[in-house]
Design a protein around this ligand. Structure first.
Ligand SMILES: Cc1cc2nc3c(=O)[nH]c(=O)nc-3n(C[C@H](O)[C@H](O)[C@H](O)COP(=O)(O)OP(=O)(O)OC[C@H]3O[C@@H](n4cnc5c(N)ncnc54)[C@H](O)[C@@H]3O)c2cc1C
Ligand SMILES: *[C@@H]1O[C@H](CO)[C@@H](O)[C@H](O)[C@H]1NC(C)=O
Ligand SMILES: *[C@@H]1O[C@H](CO)[C@@H](O)[C@H](O)[C@H]1NC(C)=O
Ligand SMILES: *[C@@H]1O[C@H](CO)[C@@H](O)[C@H](O)[C@H]1NC(C)=O
Ligand SMILES: CC(=O)N[C@H]1CO[C@H](CO)[C@@H](O)[C@@H]1O
Length: 428
């Protein structure tokens, strides 16, 4: 639960994406004032589908957004992992399993709908959201965020939720800090289910709402249907061939079909139904030394400090956990002098977990993209173990890792660490 603080601070949140809006909602619920500064001309989300793991659903409930999100979301039955020829390697039940084991459902939602739910909740809470406000610099000595057209916003705390190419991160480090190229790109398409219905051989993809993975040489494919039964989200990961100066471009369907030439012919058919496809360069952030410098009241959240490969579908979930942690900790503040102590505690709670997730997502690249051969045979044998064991290549099926991903209680963790930090501080 989000505690309510006895003093009210002014926050500036840079970026109105999923992370920025979540933290703004959380901070207002814990008793603070928030202004969101967003670069775009209007609030919206690009891209297609997003998976929400069970414990994020719980946080969204605490933020007061769960009902709206459930209206737009779909509950997947299972994960199915196949090789590129379409043979099943392992399956993992999600519904009702997640609800009974983790107390919450795993969900799929269109990113646009997800973002709209958060905007609606932010409006309900009277959070000020200013669009057309790109932050180009931070005056770290006076805690002032400066926009492209020279407007200045002073705050007790500034939170950089400005994504992969964060300007707030550059200000904190005093230099340009670029994300790392993973060598992969993602082709994202939304495919019409009425079109798919004309081809009964595609029923296995969407008749029962599931997440399907196809692991193949140098890439993998993920499919899942979205709410309403009209569209199927299809993502194809392949080696990066984007021009160096752009990170998203429209893609030629022929290119995707060529990449999938030797794969299950049903995937060729599926992708041939796409009406538009974009490709995105996949980048991530190597672990940063710190998320805020000890002399500054500025911190980072979400992709700005731990952008990950999407191979564990955890990026947004981690941003939401960061938001919950800040809301909890700032709900405990009694005096402004505690700001830096809280920012350090936040980083101490969150950084090890997000680093492990970025690392593990990177490892998935090696697991999913194997060429046929000895390593691939060993991988497939490990998948065939029943019940799944620690180290299972389908990472969600590894019992220990699943518990790590899904069984994390951010509020309990913050409570524990808060008590611990307090004790340590008193001893100093
Ligand atoms: C192919 C793909 C699939 C994915 N699938 C999943 C999934 O299934 N599940 C999951 O949990 N995650 C997934 N992710 C990851 C997820 O999309 C991100 O982790 C998440 O959107 C990060 O949210 P954020 O708010 O930190 O950053 P962003 O969403 O990038 O938001 C940043 C915001 O800040 C604004 N901004 C940027 N610079 C400035 C500035 N200087 N001043 C003001 N505003 C600024 C931007 O316009 C934007 O609105 C996927 C990612 C990819 C690429
Ligand atoms: C938001 O503002 C409106 C109009 O000023 C007010 O009626 C409402 O109570 C406010 N809501 C919250 C949650 O502060
Ligand atoms: C940052 O917070 C600390 C308290 O932790 C306070 O002493 C300091 O004045 C603040 N700095 C700025 C620039 O607001
Ligand atoms: C993440 O990977 C880096 C580089 O491989 C390694 O040094 C670090 O210990 C790893 N951290 C975690 C938490 O797994
Ligand atoms: C914050 C939250 O929802 N935590 C839950 C995550 O999963 C564990 C294990 O099932 C639950 O005990 C937590 O309540």
């Amino acid at each position: 639960m989000v505690p309510k603080s006895s003093i009210s601070l002014q926050f500036v949140v840079v970026g109105g994406g999923i992370g920025g809006l979540s933290v703004s909602i959380g901070l207002v619920l814990s008793g603070h004032k928030v202004t969101v500064l967003e670069k775009a001309q209007e609030l919206s989300e690009v891209g297609a589908g997003i998976q929400i793991p069970p414990n994020s659903t719980r946080i969204l409930e605490q933020l007061g957004c769960k009902t709206e999100i459930l209206e737009h979301a779909l509950v997947p039955k299972a994960y199915h992992f196949c090789n590129h020829k379409g043979d099943n390697l392992i399956s993992l039940e999600l519904d009702p399993y997640c609800a009974s084991k983790y107390g919450c459902k795993s969900l799929h939602i269109h990113r646009g709908d997800f973002h709209k739910c958060l905007v609606q909740r932010a409006r309900e809470l009277n959070i000020t959201i200013l669009v057309n406000s790109e932050i180009v610099d931070i005056d770290l000595d006076h805690n002032i965020a400066i926009t492209h057209d020279g407007r200045k916003y002073q705050a007790d705390v500034i939170i950089g939720a400005d994504g992969l190419n964060s300007n707030v991160r550059n200000s904190i480090f005093g230099r340009n800090t670029s994300p790392t190229n993973s060598g992969d790109q993602a082709y994202r398409s939304l495919i019409s289910i009425p079109e798919m219905n004309k081809h009964p051989e595609l029923d296995f993809i969407h008749k029962v709402p599931c997440v399907n993975f196809f692991w193949g040489p140098k890439g993998h494919v993920v499919t899942y249907p979205l709410k309403g039964g009209n569209t199927c989200n299809v993502v194809v990961m392949a080696p990066d061939n984007l021009p160096p100066d752009s990170s998203v471009v429209a893609a030629d369907k022929k290119e995707v079909l060529h990449f999938l030439e030797t794969w299950d012919p049903r995937l060729q058919l599926l992708l041939s139904l796409a009406t538009s496809t974009f490709k995105w360069r996949l980048q991530y952030i190597e672990e940063l030394n710190c998320w805020s410098h000890p002399a500054q009241n500025v911190t980072l959240l979400g992709d700005a400090c731990h952008a990950t490969l999407p191979y564990l579908a955890q990026g947004a979930a981690q941003a939401i956990e960061d938001a919950a942690a800040l809301a909890y900790l700032f709900g405990k503040i009694k005096d402004k002098s505690e700001i830096r102590f809280i920012l350090k505690t936040y980083e101490r709670i969150r950084k090890p977990r997000t680093t492990r997730i970025v690392n593990s997502s990177k490892e998935c690249q090696q697991i999913y993209h194997l060429q046929d051969g000895e390593k691939q045979k060993l991988r497939d044998l490990k998948c065939a173990m029943d019940p799944p064991q620690e180290g299972c290549p389908a990472r969600w099926a590894d019992p220990e890792f699943q518990e790590y991903l899904f069984g994390y209680n951010i509020f309990e963790e913050c409570h524990k660490q808060w008590v611990l930090s307090k004790t340590m501080k008193e001893k100093l």
